[in-house]
Every structure is written in structure tokens, then in C-alpha cells.
Ligand binder design. Sequence first.
Ligand code: LHQ
Length: 259
Amino acid sequence: MTILVEQHAGYRQITLNRPDRLNALNAEMHGALMAALDEAEADPECRAILVTGAGRGFCAGQDLGDVAVKDDGPPDLKAVLERYNGLVRKLRGLAMPVVCAVNGVAAGAGANLALACDIVLAAKSANFIQAFSRIGLIPDCGGTWFLPQLVGAARARALAILAEPLPAERAAEWGLIWQAIDDDKLKATAHALVARLAKQATIGVALTKRALDAAETNTLDRQLDLERDLQDEAGHTPDYAEGVRAFIEKRPANFTGRR
Ligand code: LHQ
């Protein structure tokens, strides 16, 4: 099984599972990962997703054995990238929050799939490597878009062109990820975070994600209108009513995540 799925109360853990290849993605794994995301999305009990890797790595990107240049010429990278693009679009488009626990090296497409998630935690021993230039490729899976957004133009260019490993702690200092965590605490920290997200006001979180995504191309003027409309939608959820009630009654809110 190239992808493992564990059900927890309110969330699912999806584990990339080809540890002997540092969880490099092949065609089978792509299909299984997409199916796991589709199934999580279709489950009304699932209100958050945790993505992580088995073994000592998170993901070494594309399985280079699968796309090797052969006697009959180069492989169809456009077709391979369509699959990756589908994954990135899927991850970004999910209404529920996605946490990525980067347990070890994240290289090439593996690094950028992590960056497509909403909240990225990484073990302090993990590294992020835009490995593409080492093999004559360009950063894909949204790398050329995520990097400058997250760390600014100067750092993005050097990371993309030099392909040097960026240690997790520096990645957190630079704003590439949310937090670097001691290795032995990563798993527990990630589960506590996803469990907490699974109890939040899920529709409000989904609308927050939508607003932040839209802000990437909107003017302030259009964004203000969008915030007004999305806030109106959030304000009509039972979770908003419960949140205000709980505040007034000085007790924790019991959100259902339902409309
Ligand atoms: C691997 C891989 C791997 C196969 C480690 N494939 N076996 C590309 C093409 C087409 C279209 C779509 O877009 C893409 C996107 C991309 O992702 S391009 C970038 C692909 N990834 C890379 O270039 C990274 C390649 N891997 C590495 O540079 C190193 O493995 C890193 C720095 C990640 C880790 O280094 P180490 O900790 O020293 O581990 P290792 O190199 O010894 O790897 C362990 C095993 O995993 C080893 O196999 P072996 O049989 O010797 O134990 C590697 O061959 C295998 N492996 N990455 N991408």
C-alpha cells in the first residue's frame, strides 16, 4: 500500500508509504493519494486532514526511476505534471484544513506538495530542498508561486536555483512553514493540532481559506466586498451562534461544523 489512511475522531491521517524510496511518488501512489483525499472530502465526519510520511523521509518528489530518460527518448513530463497539478489543486481546494507533518527530507515535488497544505510543521531534522535544478528541471507543483509568496523574491530565487537544503528551523524563521518541532514531539504535536482543528468551526475555517486564497489576486476593495459576503455566510452557521453563546456563558464552544 503506497498510501495509508487512518481514521481518527474528526480527522484522517494520510501517510505517504514508500519509505525505501523516501516516499517518492510513482503513478500508483498518485492515484492512491488522490483517492484518499477524495474519500476524506466525501466523509462528513472528517473535518481535517493530517499528511505525513512513513520512515525517515517525508517525500523525495517524483520517483525518478519512473520518469527516467530511456532509449526511446524523454518521458511525457506534461502528463506526469498534470497528475501533480491535480494534487496541488485538490489540496488547495479542500474546504477542510490540511496539516502537513514533514517528518524528514522534503525534496522536489515533495517539498512543494507540503507547501500546498494549510499548516506545515516539520521535524527539526527535516530539510526542504528545491531539488529540481540538480537534474535540469524547474520547480513545479506551484513551487515558483509558493516560494516568492512565502519567503520573498531573493530567498525564493536562491532556493530555486541553488537547490541547497533548507533546515526546518530556518524554514520556520523565514516563514516557509509554520513551526519546526523537536523530532520526538512532531507526531504528538501534529495530532494535537489536527484534533483541535477538527473541533473548530469548520465552515468558518473553510471560508477563511477561501478569503485568503482570493486575496492573492484581489484588490483591497474587492477583498473587502468578499469578506463582507463570506462573513455573512459564516454568520448564518450554527457554529457562529454557538460561538457567541459559549462566549457569553463563559464555557468552551461545542462546534458541529455543520450548516
Ligand atoms: C529515490 C528518490 C527519487 C527514486 C530518493 N526517486 N528514488 C519531476 C519529473 C517529472 C515531472 C514531474 O515533476 C517532477 C518533480 C520532481 O519531484 S523533480 C525532483 C525529484 N526529486 C529529486 O531530485 C530528489 C532525489 N533525491 C535526493 O536528492 C536524495 O535522495 C535526498 C536529498 C532527498 C535524500 O538524500 P539521502 O538522505 O542521502 O537519501 P538517499 O539519496 O540515499 O535515498 C534513499 C533511497 O531513496 C535511495 O535508494 P537506495 O536503493 O540507494 O537506498 C534513493 O535512490 C531513493 N530515492 N529519492 N526521487
